[in-house]
Design a protein around this ligand. Sequence first.
Ligand code: SF4
Ligand code: SF4
Length: 381
Amino acid sequence: MHYRKLGKTGVGVSAIGLGTEYIWHEPKETVARVLFEAINNGVNYIDIFMGSPGIRDHIGDLLGSRRKDVLLAGHLGCIDIEGQYAKTRDPNTSKKFIEDFYARLRTDYIDVLFIHNIDENNEFEEAFSSGGIFEMALHMKEEGRARFIGLSAHKVSTAMRAISKNYIDVLMFPVNPAFDNMPTEQWIDPTIIDYSYSVISDNENQNRTNLYNLCMQHEIGIIAMKPYAGGWLFSEANPSSMVLTPVQCINYALSQPGVTTVVPGCKNSEEVRAALAYLEATDKDKDFSSVIDSPMWKIKGKCMYCNHCQPCPTGLDIGAVIKLVDTAKHGLTESLVAEYRALNKNASDCIQCGLCVKRCPFGVDVIAHMKVTMKVFEDAL
Ligand code: SF4
Ligand code: SF4
């Protein structure tokens, strides 16, 4: 397993995490197979957003003394009404369900306590106002019952608001190539499939990119949910004709700035193994550059940090360099400079051979990026 630092929390998180939404109503034996396939292979991040008692009891029982080996994410504001998912902004109802989380998971603390699913401005205001659920989360953090506070969201605007106001340590956000290229309202409602790609504005694409960069800049680790776009990316019938494997989807998500881990929802141990296959996959298996064949793909000349352009004769990690300079365009920080310094090779090592430019499927002018990188970073050193 690879472990990556979860932004400013400093905690090491497995590159592959586990989402549990597809074993929500499954019997304990199924939950056990999925859970142990994951944690026996080094997965140490488990998201349990659901408020239903069954899944909480099963995971609490199964983890037992191994609780301390994993990071558990719980969600404040996610509840269960007669076996169905629901969300609330009401502090009393939220409290009741989060106390149930502690009791059933048999734990005194939650590693990442998310303010659950805030997509609209009015929800944001309600949750983050005085007496709201964010204030409750802060109290729980002060008491040592929550180590870190996160926000789960599907829209850029509320996520950016929380980060800019320095409210959160972690962001849970959907990251996949389909959502990065589609207008939000179309993937939030999957029944809308008869759409015109022309309605995608550069602005929307740009906003998601800006959000990832903002997270990297503020050292907010992103937990990438929906890496497969709910399985949509596996289907030949999807309207984007963008068809990828789990390994390609995971590589895409993990390549984006700020992303620490992916949390695919797995309904059986085979699906866990399909995600873990990323760890042993070859560069060819991980290559997601076929996305550019989709009529949906609108991003031209923008680095996807895939390193399809490697090897570089001077040993530059091209994707890593460009990711840093893309983020620094939104503001140079000490941590970005430190990351740049820590690279084995810097932009000034580029001999402008142009090999990478010929190999890049996304039409990126790498040499121009290296020149900008030198200006941005090496003038600052
Ligand atoms: S320059 Fe092109 S090939 Fe290289 S990392 Fe960026 S997108 Fe990938
Ligand atoms: S142009 Fe620069 S970055 Fe690209 S392969 Fe050549 S030396 Fe490496």
